[in-house]
Design a protein around this ligand. Structure first.
Ligand SMILES: [Zn+2]
Length: 237
């Protein structure tokens, strides 16, 4: 059943921190749980944007391609799109953008999807370079990311707001990706200046966390919660 009340997540963000970058779910399986979302591929190879049931990868080399259903993700979020327009936003830097979106949310204690169709004066993104086993840590990998700055670009911002309460399982606060309408650029958003755009929000009643029960490295890993949250804040913001 295509239930728009469920935010589905494969993998816990925490497993990326010590470098568990092996994909543990196929994109085909992931798409059985939603048509919209974000994620990454095996080896943290680039940034994924899932729009209308198609998975796009923005690679560290700066290229967009469609991802095949057989490729695997270590971590991804998807949901079935059923969001609602919250009106137009104009002339906002990232800090004020987050503030405006937070004001439109009913609470900071629920999960939301955030989507903006708009034009951005600045879109500053990153894509992580693909890593090979033995994998480095998330912080080491993020230090070697490729950054892109595009001016006056039109496209779709897609991502999530996750409550602080669930930090570790998720990246707390906003986690936002971008795909330009011309499919020339995208990635994980580091900074932006919105010129104008329409904001859509979707609130979820359920958070469905799917864990990689067949991945022996995940099953053996010892997680230190304090270290994990510090590393997530450093690498994902
Ligand atoms: Zn990201």
């Amino acid at each position: 059943m295509k239930d728009p009340n469920i935010l589905y997540q494969h993998g816990t963000l925490a497993l990326l921190v010590p470098g568990l970058f092996e994909g543990t779910q196929t994109v085909g399986e992931l798409l059985k749980h939603g048509d919209t979302g974000i994620g990454t591929l095996t080896g943290l190879d680039g940034e994924l944007m899932i729009l209308n049931g198609t998975v796009y990868q923005f690679s560290a080399a700066g290229q967009i391609r469609e991802v095949a259903s057989t490729e695997k993700v270590p971590f991804a979020n998807v949901h079935y799109l059923d969001d609602h327009s919250m009106g137009q936003l104009e002339n906002l830097d990232l800090k004020n953008f987050k503030k405006s979106v937070t004001e439109k949310m009913q609470t900071e204690n629920l999960f939301y999807s955030v989507r903006v169709k708009g034009t951005f004066k600045l879109m500053h993104t990153r894509a992580v370079l693909p890593q090979k086993p033995p994998y480095p840590t998330l912080t080491e990998t993020a230090a070697k990311q490729c950054e892109y700055q595009n001016k006056n670009v039109t496209g779709t911002l897609i991502g999530y707001f996750c409550p602080d309460l669930y930090a570790g399982a998720v990246s707390p606060g906003f986690h936002l990706h971008f795909l330009s309408d011309d499919h020339r650029t995208g990635g994980h958003i580091l900074n932006l200046e919105l010129d104008h755009g329409e904001l859509y929000l979707q609130q979820f009643t359920d958070f469905n966390l799917n864990l990689p029960i067949e991945n022996s490295e995940f099953l053996k890993q010892k997680f230190n919660n304090g270290e994990i949250i510090d590393s997530i804040m450093e690498a994902e913001n």
